[in-house]
Ligand binder design. Structure first.
Ligand code: NAD
Length: 495
């Protein structure tokens, strides 16, 4: 059985704690590896390595940091196929989706290759007589990243490139469900020429997370995962005086107006709801169908659902793979049962589709006549289930979004420019799509939701990401003639 270890100080570090957990292939239900779980001492060793590396790394030239980041980018691109296979084997998503995740991660490395732009300070000459003032941005020190199962490569790459290019050193705690791809990524990072200790990986669970959040040498924590844990991470990290950004769950709405192109809206809803088995924080989980668009839209969605191929992610004909665990699959099935009990109409029931073997598969589902008090609407299902809420007006759709607990993404489908322009203002969410169902920002903008989708002050990657990983220092400088020096207890008036 394959063993998966930590990577500390540039080398593989098998755990001595004796605590391990199994890793499964969701397509077969079979165990594929045994994963080490870090003890407090092992987390401390990773932080100590990062702390030691910080001294030199933080003063390494931007030119050198950028060059290494280019090497890293190229190694990930050249080895994308190998990494995609690791992703699919432990996450279950289809290979093309794994390749897409890596490509979006690479965008963030490319952004960090231009870190000089974001680290450029501001300079004012002669702010006062003979006095110049300038602001520079300094790295924080050791920073930690705690990441979820659904994007085991891309989400660490939302954090690591900017943090490290800005001069910080990093300890990553990947999800324990699919740890192989991020570990391989860290090996390529070493191969790119970065000094040992600049990036460390500790495998682990709550023990490792809690230690990272309280360790005095960890200056900031970036978290992505479910809302309850995001809230917990934010509270615990701030209680230990750390900077924190904690991205949580989501329930993303797609408002479809009566004038929308039905074919385009249906294609988009199906892609955004069932891609990666709905295990995307930007997946569309609710269609707010306005007026008489509901009937034709549901028909068009149903038609497309019937053509989807679900199977092992390594099979090139599969469009959707299994869920991450047996519990996730059963949880999704539970929402279908409760929807029926609570009065919704299950138009397509994923439980009806049979699959061979012990993989964690379930078919795609469509639930109509959903109301906001139903469990399938109130909770983040995180599976291939699309709910339709029928709305009388545009305003009803906007109000749904406003009254929802989460505010990650929201989309509108319409051919009316005025309605779209109004929606971009009205939608109570951090990322808005206009005829775009999954509006994940490109690497040179920043990613983050509102309300219970993000706890903390700054969003992730892009310019906001660099701000999160740096602190400002303002220098006031004067080169007077010492001969004119005198004691002056007055407060400068700048006259
Ligand atoms: P999760 O919250 O269960 O786990 C995330 C990380 O937290 C993992 O590394 C895990 O080991 C750790 N963790 C879990 N329980 C913990 C505890 N009690 N104490 C300390 N640490 C703990 O999330 P997940 O199931 O891996 O990922 C799916 C969730 O992530 C969904 O809710 C999804 O919406 C969300 N997500 C959000 C975004 C976003 O950008 N907002 C992006 C991706 C995923």
């Amino acid at each position: 059985m394959k063993s998966i270890h930590h990577l500390i100080d540039g080398v593989a570090a098998p755990s001595t704690s004796g605590n391990t957990t199994p890793v499964f292939n969701p397509a077969t239900g079979k165990q594929s590896a045994e994963l080490d779980l870090a003890s407090i001492e092992e987390v401390d060793a990773a932080v100590a390595s990062a702390q030691a590396a910080f001294e030199d790394w933080s003063v390494t030239s931007i030119a050198r940091r950028t060059k290494l980041m280019f090497n890293f980018r190229n190694l990930i691109a050249e080895n994308a196929e190998e990494i995609a296979a690791l992703l699919t084997a432990e996450h279950g998503k289809v290979l093309s989706d794994s390749a897409g995740e890596i490509a979006r991660g690479i965008e963030n490395i490319e952004y960090a290759c231009s870190i000089a732009e974001d680290l450029r300070g501001a300079y004012n000459e002669s702010a006062s007589s003979g006095v110049d003032v300038y602001t520079v941005r300094k790295p924080l020190g050791v920073v930690a990243g705690i990441t979820p199962f659904n994007f085991p490569m891309m989400v660490p790459l939302w954090m690591i490139p900017n943090a490290i290019a800005a001069g910080n050193t990093f300890v990553l705690k990947p999800s324990e469900r699919d740890p192989s791809a991020p570990l391989r990524m860290a090996e390529f990072f070493q191969e790119a020429g970065f000094p040992p200790g600049v990036l460390n990986v500790v495998q682990g669970d709550k023990v490792a997370v809690d230690r990272l959040l309280e360790h005095p040498d960890v200056k900031a924590a970036s978290f992505v995962g479910s809302t309850p844990i995001a809230k917990y991470v934010q509270e615990r990290a701030t209680a230990h005086s750390k900077r924190v950004q904690a991205l949580g769950g989501a329930k993303n709405h797609m408002v479809v107006l009566p004038d929308a192109d039905i074919g385009l809206a249906a294609d988009s809803a199906v892609s955004a709801a069932y891609g990666s088995a709905g295990e995307r924080c930007m997946a569309i989980s609710v269609v707010a169908a306005v007026g008489d668009v509901a009937e034709p839209l549901i028909e068009a969605i149903k038609e497309r659902m019937a053509k989807l191929t679900i199977g092992d992610g390594t099979d090139p004909t599969s469009e959707m793979g299994p869920l991450i665990t047996r519990e996730s699959r059963d949880r999704v099935a539970g929402y279908l049962a409760s929807s029926v009990d609570q009065g919704a109409t299950v138009v397509v029931d994923g439980r009806d589709q049979q699959f061979e073997g012990d993989g964690y598969f379930i078919g795609v589902s469509l639930i109509d006549n959903v109301t906001t008090d139903m469990d399938c609407y109130r909770d983040e299902i995180f599976g291939p289930v699309l709910c339709v809420v029928r709305c009388d007006s545009y305003q009803d759709g906007v109000d749904l979004i406003k009254n929802n607990q989460w505010g990650n993404g929201a989309a509108i489908f319409t051919q009316n420019g005025g309605a779209a322009r109004k929606f971009q203002d009205d939608a109570d969410a951090g990322m808005v799509g206009i005829n775009v169902p999954v509006p994940v920002p490109v690497g040179y903008h920043s990613f983050g939701g509102w309300k219970d989708s993000l706890f903390g002050d700054t969003t992730m990657y892009g310019p906001e990401g660099v701000r999160f990983y740096t602190k400002a220092k303002v220098v006031t400088s004067r080169w007077p003639d010492p001969a004119t020096s005198q004691v002056d207890l007055g407060f400068p008036t700048n006259n």
